[in-house]
Design a protein around this ligand. Sequence first.
Ligand code: ZN
Length: 126
Amino acid sequence: MTLVCHCEDCQRQTGSTFSILVGVPRAALHLDDDKLAKHLTLGTDTGKERQRRFCSKCGSPIVSLLAEHPDLAFIKAGTLNDRSWLSPTLEIWCDSAQPWLAPPANTQRLGRGLTAGSVTSAGRVP
Ligand SMILES: [Zn+2]
């Protein structure tokens, strides 16, 4: 699952207009706690914890872990070595998207964020 998040936290964390995220099974991702720092926020709609992990050396955002989706990890795709294959199919938090930003074609758009149960085990939004 590749998605764009327009939430205000992503805008702040990236210093830009949105994050590009790749959702992967949490169990498939190894995080080196010695190299990653953590910033905690609370979801606007859920009130649940978001762990925003970033490189403690360069400050790049690496991955977000959402309490309501414990089986998924959302990798900040701009940090991947190969970004050529990225093709977002979903945009979330479109209600806070910058108004001058034209939406890409062929994405499903949600006004707010993912909620518990809003992503299937196959990583799709029903
Ligand atoms: Zn976001």
